[in-house]
Design a protein around this ligand. Structure first.
Ligand SMILES: NC(=O)c1ccc[n+]([C@@H]2O[C@H](COP(=O)([O-])OP(=O)(O)OC[C@H]3O[C@@H](n4cnc5c(N)ncnc54)[C@H](O)[C@@H]3O)[C@@H](O)[C@H]2O)c1
Length: 530
């Protein structure tokens, strides 16, 4: 455990991913269960609206445990129009001082926040288990990824501050400086309840912007933990507001003329709505808003005839069913060469029927409940449709009670125009289709408006090269599972309607939070000034 590691200001070494816990060790598992018991004794947590030093209301939104819906994990304030306006005003006034700090001081503040998350990592993993029903390995990885984002963007902001080298000719001096844009509205989803808000907030703050965080209504307590860490590390209260609320609070933030940048991660429908709303330029708004939108996916795994099924089957099962298929990168369709389709289906059936469906807190669980009743009903509707239009190959039989559980399901023989094949389901339902060739599979992928992640199982290097060149997706994984992107190693984000903007956890991401200012000075003498 690395809780004791501390980062002195100005001493950021090379970036390295935060090591995950070794859950196979009994003492580690015991310490996590201890943290969960301690957390349970404190529930429900209170999540107030936080604007500057004001603690606003903490009622209106109930955050419940998806595995035991009667357990209240947190009660949060429901920010409305007045709170949105107050938060924008506070952030606007805090912005100049935060922006004026040396980049090194802001970076050191982010690194201290990472230390504070490290010190609380067991408790935070327990909170992710309770609030989002993430099983322990994914909950721990969520905390590690949050730490990674703080550390990575702290270093990235230092590099950005140094500015790029420009060509200099005799008699002129050219400089390019990156400056923060102003107020950033951060609107995350619930499925990485700590990591995704941390990434977007850290990017905004590291580059000198003031930030307003409107967390997902399903996971406000994780967002509060992030705000506590950043404020505890030294981010001024006015420079980071917490506005728990529903979608209407997000929509009000998006429309506010005092917001310069919107960092959103969530569904395609909401992302596109934000892009449209943010395009408005009312007279009181001197700037054009910038939108960074990471959106949904319909992620396909292509399996060629020469694929090694010993590799492919466990990787496909992990990609489709870990966290009940609720990662944006999760596999949703398999396009398998007809020559190998029957053995693949047979082996997927065996593997899926053995999946352990259970509560997130049980270490053996592979498939936890989905986030809420509406999600359970949505997945159920798609599963019924799959049964009516095609054939169910596998379905885990027993479902625990209580909780929003969905049976992990594999369907096949669906018509090409089935919504099961075209729409993001965001649950444990995988469709398998036969294709005549890898090229035919690529045609299917190419016809989709989504282009987030994809996978390929193939042994021929030429096939790998051809698919890599042709695939429109943002992140393609070859001969491995298609989830689990690591900060700094696999910068993450989609293309087409899956995302606009540079990849999170990559070298370009921070550029979206700044404006470039170029100064060209004529340095020739113009005569003697007396
Ligand atoms: N591309 C990625 O990196 C990535 C990562 C994680 C999740 N996702 C996607 O997120 C989705 C699941 O998350 P979700 O259910 O929280 O998504 P969602 O779009 O329903 O909500 C996301 C956020 O937007 C807010 N919101 C809702 N309506 C709004 C509006 N009109 N204006 C402004 N804000 C509004 C919500 O309150 C929430 O905070 C999936 O589609 C998944 O693929 C994408």
């Amino acid at each position: 455990m690395s809780a004791a590691r501390t980062t002195p200001p100005g001493a950021l070494g090379a970036f390295a991913n935060e090591p995950v816990l070794e859950l196979r060790r009994a003492p580690v598992r015991d310490s996590l269960l201890g943290a969960l018991a301690a957390l349970d004794a404190r529930l429900p947590l209170e999540v107030p609206v936080l604007i500057g030093d004001e603690r606003g209301r903490s009622s209106g939104i109930d955050s419940t445990d998806p595995g035991a819906p009667e357990r209240l994990v947190a009660v949060a304030g429901a920010a409305g129009a007045a709170e949105v306006a107050a938060a924008v005003a506070a952030a606007t006034s805090a912005f100049p001082a935060w922006a004026a700090l040396p980049a090194g001081e802001r970076a050191a503040t982010l690194a201290r926040a990472a230390d504070l998350l490290r010190a609380r990592r067991l408790e935070l993993a327990a909170l992710v288990v309770r609030e989002a029903a993430k099983p322990w390995p994914e909950a721990d990885a969520d905390v590690c990824e949050a730490i990674d984002f703080l550390e990575y963007y702290a270093r990235g902001a230092l590099r950005l501050d140094a500015g790029p080298e420009l060509l200099q000719l005799a008699g002129e001096h050219n400089t390019l400086r990156y400056a923060p844009r102003g107020v950033v509205a951060v609107i995350p989803p619930w499925n990485f309840p700590l990591a995704i808000p941390t990434g977007m907030v850290a990017a905004g703050l590291a580059t000198g912007n003031a930030v307003i965080l409107k967390p997902a209504e399903q996971s406000p307590a994780c967002a509060l933990a992030l705000v506590e860490a950043l404020r505890g590390a030294g981010v001024p209260a006015d420079a980071l507001a917490l506005l728990p609320g529903e979608g209407d609070a997000g929509a009000a933030l998006v429309r506010d003329p005092g917001v310069q940048t919107i960092a959103f991660t969530g569904s395609m429908a909401v992302g596109l709505e934000i892009v449209r709303a943010a395009a408005d330029t009312p007279p009181a708004q001197p700037h054009v808003k910038r939108v960074i939108a990471e959106m949904g996916g319909k992620n396909c795994v292509i399996v060629d005839a020469d694929a090694d099924l010993d590799d492919a089957v466990p990787a496909i099962v992990a990609s489709a069913f870990t966290y009940a298929g609720q990662k944006c990168s999760a596999a949703s369709r398999v396009l398998v060469h007809e020559a190998i389709a029957d053995p693949l289906l047979e082996r997927l059936r065996g593997a899926v029927e053995l999946l352990v469906v259970g509560q997130a807190e049980a270490f053996a669980t592979q498939v936890p409940p989905v986030i809420e009743r509406a999600a359970q009903e949505r997945v159920g509707r798609y599963a019924e449709r799959a049964a009516a239009e095609g054939r169910i190959v596998a379905r885990a039989a027993e479902l625990p009670e209580p909780g929003w559980f969905c049976a992990p399901t594999v369907a096949t023989d669906l018509p090409a125009d089935s919504p099961v094949l075209g729409e993001e389901i965001f649950g444990p339902l995988l469709a398998v289709e036969r294709v005549a060739s890898v090229e035919a599979a690529c045609d299917v992928v190419d016809a989709l408006p989504y282009a987030l992640t994809g996978g390929l199982f193939a042994r021929n290097p030429r096939t790998v090269e051809a698919v890599a060149r042709r695939s429109p997706v943002g992140n393609l994984y070859v001969n491995r599972a298609i989830t689990g992107a690591m900060v700094g190693r696999q910068p993450f984000g989609g293309n087409r309607r899956s995302g606009i903007g540079f990849k999170a956890g990559g070298p370009d991401y921070l550029l979206q939070f700044v404006d470039a200012h170029v100064v060209c000075e004529d340095t020739l003498r113009h005569g003697l000034v007396i």
